[in-house]
Design a protein around this ligand. Structure first.
Ligand code: PMP
Length: 401
């Protein structure tokens, strides 16, 4: 039956982990995976999450099905976290929100909803480059995928002129995907001033903004600061779509906790949108998992746990920032590695787009047992005081050939 099914290529990101696992050298480092690691290189369960989980267990809750759109207290609090208590749509009760299977599921619900109900051309513009999964995800949702310029190879920075030109040239009413903060894979975000300009262009061209916020709090250490773009667009009167993930900022990766929301014109429109979100979700997976949403909600609904969580998110962000500082100093100052390495310090979030070429990344894997994606993206969270020196020396050797 399946004789005509061709073998597909391995996943470009998860394939890196496979190669890492097969390597037996004790010095090996995995910088491919987008998951936080502590100073010992170990997965990290946030103490606030542990406490929240204990609270959930102590309440001895049942395991009944959630409603199609998930745990209502959780989705309410997730929207509050993203939009802020002062936002008009929150105050007016016009945010249509549903729980989702983490950020990926939120994006997919959004893609499917837009494919079915968006009343204009169903083209979505993605930044180039973008998180690899965005492309098949939106294509499989039934949208036409297009691209806008984002990265300038020469400066290893934002190609802001290219971005503006491409959005200005985009077909009116197209959908535009924006990484809310900590752009993956480049680690380069627009400044607040640049976000204001982007908002103006989006308004002028009547584009529909779809925010992917997978790293709220993880970029700067402040959930408020990282929500700037989303909140600015909303305060400018844009209607938006928003995908949220609690994988990184709560370390709930495998629990699959997320939310998808749309801001609507009024409560009556919201009710209609809510009803159609249910119709999109029900035949996909019926209803979402319960445990992670309870944990996230225990944190978001308790001022004490919330405060602790914010401190812990900042702790993760700060450790990554200190690794950036160290790596920059080693490459630029101690080793005088050929090239300019300032971008390692200026980029934010989990990843750094190092500028290392595919042959250099190949050499790093084969000779130094250091693994990263072929585009030269490294997860900064995979570095710690125990391995950063070996990493810097290996990069130095690879660059010198
Ligand atoms: N969007 C971006 C930009 C991401 O980097 C990720 C995680 N790598 C996601 C969405 C979705 O992740 P998850 O489904 O685990 O929440």
């Amino acid at each position: 039956t399946w004789s005509a099914v061709p073998a597909g290529p391995p996943d470009p990101i998860l394939g890196v982990t496979e190669a890492f696992k097969a390597d037996k050298d004790p010095r090996k480092i995995n910088l491919g995976v987008g998951a936080y690691r502590d100073e010992q290189g170990k997965p990290y369960i946030l103490p606030s999450v542990k406490k929240a989980e204990e609270l959930v267990r102590a309440a001895n809750p049942d395991k009944e099905y959630l409603p199609i759109t998930g745990l209502p207290e959780f989705t309410k609090n997730a929207a509050l976290l993203a939009y802020g208590a002062d936002s008009q749509p929150i105050k007016q009760g016009t945010v249509a929100v549903t729980q989702s299977i983490s950020g990926t599921g939120a994006l997919r619900i959004g893609g499917a909803f837009l494919a079915r109900h968006y009343p204009h051309a169903k083209a979505i513009y993605l930044p180039s480059p973008t998180w690899g999964n965005h492309i098949p995800l939106f294509r499989d949702s039934g949208l036409e995928v297009r691209h806008y310029k984002y990265f300038n190879k020469e400066t290893v920075g934002l190609d802001f002129e290219g971005l503006k030109a491409d959005l200005k040239a985009a077909q009116e009413h197209s959908i535009v995907l924006l990484h809310a903060c900590a752009h993956n894979p480049t680690g380069i975000d627009p400044t607040p001033e640049q976000w204001r300009e982007i908002s103006d262009i989006v308004k002028e061209k009547k584009l529909f903004p779809f925010f992917d916020m997978a790293y709220q709090g993880f970029a700067s250490g402040s959930t408020t600061k990282d929500a700037f773009a989303v909140r600015h667009f909303v305060s400018e009167g844009h209607q938006i779509a928003l995908a949220q993930s609690f994988a990184k900022n709560m370390g709930l990766y495998g629990e699959r906790v997320g939310a998808f929301s749309l801001t609507t014109a009024d409560p009556e429109e919201k009710a209609r949108v809510d009803s159609q979100l249910k119709i999109v979700i029900r035949p996909m997976y019926s209803n979402p998992p319960i445990h992670g949403a309870r944990i996230a909600n225990a944190i978001l609904s308790s001022s004490e746990l919330y405060g602790q969580w914010e401190t812990e998110v900042k702790g993760m962000a700060d450790r990554i920032i200190s690794m950036r500082e160290k790596l920059y100093n080693m490459l630029q100052k101690d080793l005088s590695t050929p090239g300019e390495w300032g971008h390692i310090k200026s980029q934010i979030g989990m990843f750094s787009f190092t500028g290392l070429t595919p042959p250099q990344t190949k050499a790093l894997a084969e000779k130094a047992h250091v693994y990263m994606t072929a585009d030269g993206r490294i997860s900064m969270a995979g570095l710690n005081s125990g391995n950063i020196e070996y990493f810097a020396q290996s990069v130095d050797k690879a660059v010198r050939g």
